[in-house]
Design a protein around this ligand. Structure first.
Ligand SMILES: O=P(O)(O)OC[C@H]1O[C@](O)(CO)[C@@H](O)[C@@H]1O
Length: 381
């Protein structure tokens, strides 16, 4: 696991206009000859840009690169945008000057670049205009946030109005779910999703007799959190030629719904329809479902043989699917928010049907979660 502790560099001494700068490499563990001690464990290292294990600009060892701009002193001045007054707990509410000194800007980049090599993820916050004082003033809030995160992951009630937990983290690491019952529920649901998708792709599960003899298309009916995750993953991760093509009805625009159905054309008979709604009662989703069901009737097709519900048990949608005998039903859990439901059946089933490695998705998300648990925000100060 890569550490979040990537920043060790100290603020550089000031330099006046017209001075020069040099770039010096240091070792992975930090330390730099010339200038003040500085080191960075990780720097950007992707396909486009690669920097040695640690680089620090110094002002004492000079090369011939001219430096323009004004001098800098600690604390750093703003770099680009300004922190809004209400967000800031910094001592001063004066609008800071924009930083222009390239040495300061470079060192700030080096000091604040976050990289997780395991994930191939980096995040550059160096151009956000916060000062050292602002960062220090925020530390208690960071600590508070980490404390609350820990409580959340432990199963605390985070939504007092609804009296429910918030546990989407458990989906990718069931062993941290607060009860054995929940752990089993997560694992069983994953297995069911994977098996169903495999069976659809291999045509073990197929639509009523069609010329092609297997499902070729997936139509997802759902809005907001019940559509955005699957849409994003389809864009980002689906293979060029997925085993089943995925399309969406994600609003209640009649023309848009008609368009999707018209584009399916005769392939409606080989379309698997996923109706996704956590509450199971969202009117827009219901409208979409009714329109699709009408199209099936008009085409002489039996919707129940091709319909799948993903929703909370006992919801209107769940009961409808049960009574009408739909092809399958998958659960949505009350402790997973709609906007964070991608790693539940909501996102996993559409992904698996496109041939995406859903175990890999969960493993990647688990690594990301692990990174967010590291409470070391910075080692600079
Ligand atoms: O999954 P549901 O219950 O159909 O809700 C769909 C969306 O509607 C909202 O409740 C409101 O837009 C969102 O929070 C949610 O993602």
């Amino acid at each position: 696991m890569a550490s979040l502790s990537l920043r060790l560099a100290a603020t550089m001494p000031s330099v006046g206009p017209g001075k020069t700068m040099s770039v010096m490499s240091t070792t992975e563990s930090g330390g730099c000859s010339g200038g003040r001690e500085a080191g960075v464990r990780h720097l950007v290292q992707n396909g486009h840009f690669s920097v040695p294990a640690a680089v620090q600009v110094t002002r004492s060892a000079m090369s011939s690169i001219p430096v323009s701009g004004s001098s800098s002193t600690s604390p750093l001045r703003a770099v680009s945008s300004k922190i809004s007054a209400e967000m800031s707990t910094a001592p001063s509410t004066e609008e800071p000057e924009l930083e222009t000194d390239p040495i300061v800007l470079w060192n700030r980049y080096v000091n604040w670049l976050y990289q997780d090599k395991d994930l191939g993820l980096y995040l550059d916050v160096s151009r956000i205009g916060f000062s050292d004082e602002f960062y220090e003033a925020m530390l208690p809030r960071f600590e508070d946030a980490f404390k609350h995160m820990k409580e959340l992951e432990g199963g605390s009630i985070a939504n007092p109005d609804e009296g429910r937990m918030v546990g989407h983290y458990w989906l990718r690491k069931p062993e941290i779910a607060p009860t054995p019952y929940l752990q089993k529920l997560i694992l069983d649901t994953f297995d069911r999703v994977q098996k169903f998708a495999d069976d659809v792709i291999s045509a073990k599960i197929k639509p009523p007799p069609t010329p092609v003899g297997r499902f070729t298309q997936v139509l997802s009916v759902g809005i907001g959190g019940s559509a955005l995750g699957p849409q994003f993953v389809a864009e980002a991760l689906a293979p060029d030629n997925p085993p089943l093509k995925l399309r969406f009805i994600d609003n209640t625009d009649p023309a848009g719904i008609d368009h999707q159905i018209a584009q399916l054309g005769p392939e409606l008979s080989s379309t698997l329809v996923l109706v996704i709604s956590k509450s199971g009662g969202t009117p827009e989703t219901r409208n979409g479902l009714l329109e699709v069901q009408k199209a099936f009737r008009d085409a002489g097709l039996d919707f129940s043989k091709q319909g799948v519900a993903i929703t909370q048990e006992g919801s209107l949608l769940d009961n409808t699917a049960k009574i009408e005998g739909w092809l399958a039903r998958f659960p949505m859990f009350d402790w997973v928010g709609g906007r964070t439901s991608e790693m539940s059946a909501v996102g996993l089933l559409p992904a698996a049907l496109q041939g995406i490695d859903i175990r890999g998705m969960l493993d990647g998300a688990a690594i990301m979660d692990e990174s967010t648990r590291n409470t070391t925000v910075s080692l600079i100060l």
